[in-house]
Ligand binder design. Structure first.
Ligand code: SAM
Length: 252
C-alpha cells in the first residue's frame, strides 16, 4: 500500500527520471545495445524501426502493442505514457489521414521531444498532450483503442488509470496494453526502491491482481494475448520473476 505522500514522491521521481532520459537518450551509444536494438529485442520488427523517426526510438517499452492492436483506418487511438512517441508514430501510419493518434505523458520534456519529432517529420494526424494518465485530458467516449507500453506499472493508482481508459473509450472500444507484471512477491527492498519504481519493476502488480484491476474498472473479456519472461536490464535477483504481458479488454 502506497501512502498519498509516497505517491507524490514516486510520481515526482519518475517524472524527473524520464525528463532526464528525454533530454539525453540517443539512438546509439558506445556500450550495450542501441535503442533500436533494444526495441527489436522487445518485439518491434526491423521495418517498424525503419518506419518511425529516429528520436522516437528510445528503447523504453516492454512489448509492441501496435502489432496486436489490429488498428483500422479512421480509428482514434490514445497512447498512455507516450514517451518519445514510437507507438504513436507507428499507429499514425495504420489509422491514416482519416484517423488520429493522441499521446499523453506527464513529463514535459518527453512531450516536447515527441512534438518536435512530429513537426519535423510532417505528421498531421498525431497530437501530444501533457497530462497524467490518472486524470486524462481527453473527452469521454471519444477513443476507439487505448494502447500503452510499459507505463501503467509506474502509476501508483492503477485502478484509476483503467477507470480513465474506460471513460474515454467509445462503447465497444478496447485496450491493448503492454506492461510488466510479477510472477512472485518481490523483495521488500525492491518494492521500496525509487530507482526500481522508475525502472518499471517496483510498481509491477502480480499478474492475477493486474487482470482483476482491469476487470474492476468495468472491462469485459480481459485476456492476456501474449506473454514472455522479461529479463532485459533485470538484476540476477529478479531474473525469472518479471513477465511482459500484452493484455486486451473491451468496454461493452
Ligand atoms: C518506460 S517509458 C515508456 C514510453 C513509451 N510508452 C515507450 O514505449 O517508449 C514511461 C513513460 O510514461 C510516462 N509516465 C509515467 N507515469 C505516468 C503517469 N502517471 N501519467 C502520464 N505519464 C506517465 C513517463 O513520463 C515516460 O515517458
Amino acid at each position: 500500500m502506497v501512502t498519498k505522500m509516497k505517491e507524490r514522491e514516486v510520481k515526482d521521481f519518475v517524472r524527473e527520471r524520464y525528463g532526464e532520459i528525454a533530454k539525453t537518450r540517443r539512438r546509439s551509444s558506445c556500450c550495450g545495445p542501441s535503442a533500436a536494438e533494444a526495441a527489436m529485442q522487445i518485439g518491434y520488427s526491423e521495418e517498424d524501426v525503419k518506419n518511425v523517426p529516429e528520436p522516437s526510438i528510445m528503447g523504453l517499452g516492454c512489448g509492441n502493442p501496435i502489432v496486436l492492436a489490429n488498428l483500422r483506418e479512421g480509428d482514434t487511438v490514445l497512447d498512455l505514457g507516450s514517451g518519445g512517441g514510437i507507438d504513436v508514430f507507428l499507429a499514425a501510419k495504420k489509422v491514416g489521414p482519416r484517423g488520429k493518434v493522441i499521446g499523453v505523458d506527464m513529463t514535459k520534456e518527453m512531450v516536447n521531444r515527441a512534438m518536435d519529432t512530429a513537426s519535423k517529420h510532417g505528421y498531421e494526424n498525431v497530437e501530444f498532450r501533457l497530462g497524467e494518465i490518472e486524470n486524462l485530458p481527453i473527452t469521454e467516449h471519444s477513443v476507439d483503442v487505448v494502447i500503452s507500453n510499459c507505463v501503467i506499472n509506474l502509476s501508483t493508482d492503477k485502478e484509476k488509470v483503467f477507470r480513465e481508459a474506460y471513460r474515454v473509450l467509445k462503447p465497444n472500444g478496447r485496450i491493448m496494453i503492454s506492461d510488466l507484471v510479477t510472477e512472485q512477491e518481490l523483495p521488500e527492498e525492491v518494492r521500496k526502491s525509487f530507482d526500481a519504481w522508475a525502472g518499471c519493476v517496483a510498481g509491477a502488480l502480480e499478474k492475477g491482481q493486474y487482470l482483476d484491476t482491469i476487470r474492476r474498472a468495468g472491462f469485459k473479456n480481459v485476456r492476456i494475448v501474449s506473454e514472455s519472461t522479461y529479463n532485459i536490464g533485470v538484476s540476477q535477483e529478479l531474473s525469472g520473476k518479471i513477465t511482459s504481458v500484452q493484455v486486451e479488454a473491451y468496454k461493452s
